[in-house]
Design a protein around this ligand. Structure first.
Ligand SMILES: C[S@@+](CC[C@H](N)C(=O)[O-])C[C@H]1O[C@@H](n2cnc3c(N)ncnc32)[C@H](O)[C@@H]1O
Length: 219
């Protein structure tokens, strides 16, 4: 089962209101979509843009670089006045992201790491790194492992945003009723959302925008 998490007409309407941050990023999005590489959806980008302006983070951590689109977008939204660390485990994507970051003139604000996130996160924590904003956009079944490392590197007032938490609506299906191959992913994501929504020191909203976004404020 593949559900729309929002009314399609509403989504189209919101996307119609989207304006790319600049023409280079419009071209970047087009190329990524044509190549079949996932990039943040337009409505998710709009939401992150607003959060960037409200929060004005100095240090951002991103898990899941892909081609570097969202990292470049956040850098541009903050006019380069930010340090972004982004982690990608796929070497080919990492190399392409390096080129794209240079092409978008974002090299000064973006550090790319090629590694599995859980390993890289432990090293960043050992290095005493702290982040004002964390964007989790990688393997959905590992969100809890990412979260458990990331929460050690945030402070009161930090925000952790996770993308794809409604998984095209499949998270509403009880795992035992889902297709066998999706059961573990669905169970993990449902448990993850229940966990972060139940934390006392964290205020989380789950928003049906794009593919579902959770926004967690550290109290
Ligand atoms: C949805 S894409 C990221 C899209 C990107 N944030 C954007 O909007 O431009 C997810 C990426 O996470 C990477 N990834 C998945 N699991 C990972 C892990 N455990 N550690 C690091 N990267 C991972 C994948 O290789 C993929 O490139």
């Amino acid at each position: 089962m593949d559900l729309n998490i929002t009314n399609e007409a509403v989504t189209d309407h919101i996307r119609g209101l989207y304006t790319p941050i600049d023409s280079d990023m419009a071209e970047f999005r087009k190329e990524a979509v044509e190549a079949g590489v996932p990039v943040i959806m337009e409505e998710t980008e709009m939401l992150i843009n607003t959060i960037m302006i409200i929060l004005r983070p100095h240090n951002i951590l991103e898990i899941g670089t892909a081609l570097g689109y969202s990292a470049c977008f956040m850098s541009k939204a903050l006019e380069g006045d930010v340090k972004i660390t982004t982690i990608e485990k796929n070497y080919e994507s990492f190399m392409k992201a390096n080129d794209n970051v240079a092409q978008q003139k974002c090299s000064e604000s973006i550090d790319l790491i090629c590694d599995d996130a859980v390993h890289a996160l432990k090293q960043l924590r050992d290095g005493g790194r702290m982040y004002d904003f964390v964007f989790i956009d990688a393997a959905k079944s590992h969100y809890r492992s990412f979260w458990d490392e990331v929460v050690k590197m945030v402070h009161r007032g930090s925000v952790i945003l996770c993308d794809n938490v409604l998984m095209r609506g499949t998270t509403v299906i009880p795992p035992e009723e889902a297709e066998h191959k999706h059961r573990t992913n669905i169970r993990n994501m449902r448990e993850f959302l229940e966990y972060i929504c139940g934390l006392e020191n964290v205020q989380t909203s789950v928003v049906a925008a794009g593919d579902g976004v959770s926004i967690s404020y550290i109290k």
